[in-house]
Design a protein around this ligand. Structure first.
Ligand SMILES: [Zn+2]
Ligand SMILES: [Zn+2]
Ligand SMILES: [Zn+2]
Length: 402
């Protein structure tokens, strides 16, 4: 399907208008986010939360557009030739850098993708600066010329026109007869490529891809086809925006359980969805566990019965044990959910042992003085078709419908 120049022009000015609106919104939101992130006490949120925060900013900005769709623009500076310049500038990324944030938001089910363009990318460096060129299939030389082929009827010889040419006369290189009349003595059935280095002739030269960025050379069939998308917020986005009101501490509350100094449950849910999407796209493994406490074989409502001080001490111990990408959040009055991206069953077992050793040292007790024993249930997923609902229901959470 071809788009006429006029339509292209129309689309471009429409998206330019959208971008101007976006720039205004982003400027506004960006400064409030800067203030928020600049507040003391939030530096512990770390890099992951920072990306997450920007995700919310971007999401809210797109949601406010009318119509609420974000289209990338052509940009020769971007690795894949497309960028959202205002988003890139706002988030402080190189041209095209914010496309990754948009893809992550789409993985989370917050944005709906629409195919915008297809880009051939270098299989080595994944950049779209690729030069396609015809080469000799025998010696890979790029020095090819096109020549006409002559067919001599009398002796049936077929060869390059240059082999027949002697000054102004044409003489057959095989039978040495002179050729006079096109159509009577000979015909020119086709043209052919001739390699000026090895003289190989062929009708279909090979197509080779040269990466102008990393210099690698590959057959064009090895190029990766990358889909560039435009994005539209989903129903789920409206909910995320609602939860993430961009004022005061509300955003931090969304990510951090201030009471326990652990991750917030909503944040764990979003991260679980993100990890499941990553599993589908890149493979790998993901484990999750439930941790609870029992006294005399009965689950103990530790988060209801313990004092704030005791709870935050427990939270502090759990937080200090967790690896940078792990998430620990309170699921209900009795239990905690643990998300262990990249951990297989034995990796999860190492986490359990470390955790139980630390909890053993705390010598936790119920009000009655009876000892509290930790309980642990773990599951591991490596099937790319794993759904977020499976992981969330294991953790005892209901997955929000999309
Ligand atoms: Zn050649
Ligand atoms: Zn001949
Ligand atoms: Zn490359």
């Amino acid at each position: 399907m071809k788009t006429s120049a006029r339509q292209e022009q129309g689309r471009r000015s429409e998206s330019a208008e959208g971008n101007a609106v976006l720039a205004g919104l982003l400027g506004e939101l960006g400064s409030s986010i800067d203030r928020l992130l600049g507040q003391a006490g939030h530096s512990h949120l770390g890099e992951r939360s920072r990306t997450y925060t920007w995700g919310l900013v971007v999401l809210r900005a797109i949601h406010s557009l009318e119509p609420s769709v974000l289209e990338p623009t052509l940009d020769p500076r971007a690795p894949l030739g497309h960028s959202c310049p205002d988003l890139d500038a706002l988030v402080g990324l190189e041209p095209g850098g914010s496309l990754e944030i948009l893809e992550e938001l789409a993985d989370l089910g917050l944005l709906q993708r629409q195919l915008f363009n297809l880009i051939h990318a270098c299989p080595q460096c994944q950049k779209g600066l690729v030069n396609l060129r015809q080469v000799c299939p025998a010696c890979s030389s790029i020095d090819l010329s096109v020549e006409r082929v002559l067919h001599h009827f009398a002796c049936a010889w077929m060869g390059l026109e240059s082999e027949f040419t002697h000054g102004f006369t044409l003489r057959c290189p095989k039978c040495k007869l002179e050729l006079h009349q096109l159509g009577q003595d000979f015909e020119r059935p086709n043209e052919t490529y001739v390699c000026n280095d090895c003289s190989h002739t062929c009708e279909d030269p090979a197509l080779e891809a040269q990466c102008l960025s990393c210099g690698s050379i590959a057959p064009s069939s090895d190029l990766e086809l990358v889909r560039i998308h435009s994005y539209r917020p989903t129903q789920l986005a409206a909910r995320a925006i609602e939860l993430g009101r961009l004022t005061g501490l509300d955003l931090a509350e969304l990510m951090v359980d201030a009471d326990l100094k652990l991750d917030a449950r909503d944040f764990l849910v979003l991260e679980a969805r993100r990890e499941v999407a990553r599993l589908a796209r890149h493979g790998g493994v993901l484990s999750a566990a439930r941790l609870w406490f029992e006294t005399d074989g009965q689950p103990y409502e530790i988060f209801r019965r313990w004092s704030n001080l005791d709870r935050s001490q427990l939270g502090g111990v759990l937080a200090s044990l967790r690896a940078p990408l792990d998430l620990v959040a309170r699921m209900d009055a009795c239990s905690l959910g643990v998300l262990l991206p990249g951990a297989d069953a034995s990796g999860a077992e190492v986490v359990r042992q470390r955790l139980f050793a630390a909890l053993g040292e705390l010598q936790l007790c119920a009000e009655s003085g009876r000892p509290l024993r930790p309980g642990w249930q773990v599951a591991t997923w490596s099937d790319p078709s794993t759904s977020a609902a499976e992981v969330l229901s294991f953790l005892g959470l209901e997955a929000p419908s999309e």
